[in-house]
Design a protein around this ligand. Sequence first.
Ligand code: ADP
Length: 629
Amino acid sequence: MSGKEIMSEEKFYFQSEAAELLRMMISSVYSNRDIFLRELISNASDALDKRRIECLKDSELAENTKPEILITSDSEKKILSVSDNGIGMSKDDLIAYLGTIAKSGTKEFLKAAKNENAENELIGQFGVGFYSVFMVADKVEVLTRKLGSAETYKFMSDGDGSYTIEDAEQRPECGTTVTLYLRENKNPEDGFKDYSDEWVIREIISKYSDFISWPVVFKDKVLNSQKAIWQRPDSEVTEEEYNEFYKHLTHDWQDPLMHIKINAEGATNFKGLLFIPSKAPDNMFMKRESEGVSLYINRVFIMNDCKELIPEYMNFIRGVVDSEDLPLNISREILQDEPVTRVIKRSTQRKILVELKKLLSSDREKYIKFWTAFGGLLKRGMFVDSEHSKTILEISLFRTTHNDEWTTLAEYESRMKPGQDKIYCLIGNDNISALKASPKLEAFREKNLEVLLMTDTIDDFMLSGMGMNLPETANKLVNIARDEVSPYSEDEKKDNEEKLKSLESEFESLKKKALEVLGDKLENVRPSLTLTSSPACIRESAGNMSVQMEYSFRAMGQNPPVQKRILELNANHPVVKKLLEMSKVNDGKVSDILKTLYDQSMILEGVTPDDPADFVKRIDELMTLALVK
Ligand code: ADP
């Protein structure tokens, strides 16, 4: 102490969500309590990483002691402590990091954990971090001094909703000591271990923390091998070790879907250990800073979330890249222009695609999991990565009218009818079952032609070409909503043209009326040759922007030109037959029915009627007519 008076203890209350999480930890009967130690060691390791980085930036901050994580225990008093000489915490840090929960997913977590079973399951899956200590301790003390600061603080809580912070005697060095006053072992049958016992501690550390790159010292011995897991031969690392490392790295609670090892030797040397998570990050259980790929240089952690190493369309990849060919003091700015970075990026990109392709042929089920989570993102690569667009298209999966499964384009092609040279697609921004009910499919179904069902905005861009340099196969993709796309052979088309001609006069007055009422939206109204059971559908004239694209532009706040479309009517449908008759005698109801048919067709395209109130009014009138008459 520097003659300064010790501040009297200050009391704080945990943020309500934190308090709730604490309550859960204390009452938890979750059987895998061991993970609390993994969390503490992980935090200590992160703190040492952060300190190293700070010292690189400012050599004045460097201290002489060896960085390490020190475990001590007292099995008489039932005390366990984990100590590090890492970055430490200021008073504000203590309040911000331990008094509140920064993780964005906490609310969702608490919502999901409505009953005890769900609670226990979630605790096991969710990286509950620091709070997990309350599964095993009655009281926790955190003594910490931040790098570059002289003040040491003591944080104390017995998990009852409040905590105290007070000034403490100065720690000789920056860092943090977390001391647990272990809970009495009331019921050994419920798997409650004595966490002050040497062998219990050893076992947990070797299971969960072996790869931690800083020494974990217990009774003057280093317990962990500290071997960078990506430096070890693949054959020597168990899947469980990879999974634990992934969880440490990402704070994700689930096992990854797969890992990818890269071992590049040549002009540029680097090793990579990349993971594909098993679920899309809704950021629910993930911390922002631990996203992306971390860069290590010669086994030394340099930075998290290194965007320069991975293209944006592969943002779902997590992991580590370690190279000897970059200078230790590299900054993000320099990294961008570093040719080595570009080489690494190119080869990781290629390797990831190769592995995905392999997965597609070796484990379809797993691949579908991957695709459902990240396919939408990966497909974007087709537009930005001309070198790999062909591969990306090859490993893209689509929904189809063929069955309820996913299909690749190659599989579709293998099922094509003799003479069929197009891959038929239907776009919608709605769900698949809505798409399957589209009237546009009627003629294709009748002709036994398979149609791919697409719901991504990006698919629409793919189909329209949009001036991009897409691979050959993409040119075969055609949108069946387009006027020029038809399921018919040349002969059939000729017949159809004749049929259309013969119906022209029949449709004349209806068409005139339709263009009068809907002229701002329609360029033509005509008999349909493709509808077999529905009364009407929308068709795109050549060169038009699709309904979905037009509306997704509008949703983005842009204002594309109004696209005039074609309304096709099924002349065999009783409603249309009647309508044709009515139009000839200039019946007043014709315009309302036309508007309703148009609105209905747009609804099937996924678009709400321009004037929903008017639409509902018209439907009400029709129901009244049908029911009350
Ligand atoms: P997480 O580690 O997932 O962020 P925790 O609840 O375990 O969640 O920790 C919250 C924060 O508290 C950490 O992100 C870190 O900023 C801080 N913290 C925890 N332990 C330490 C430590 N030993 N040294 C420095 N900071 C720490």
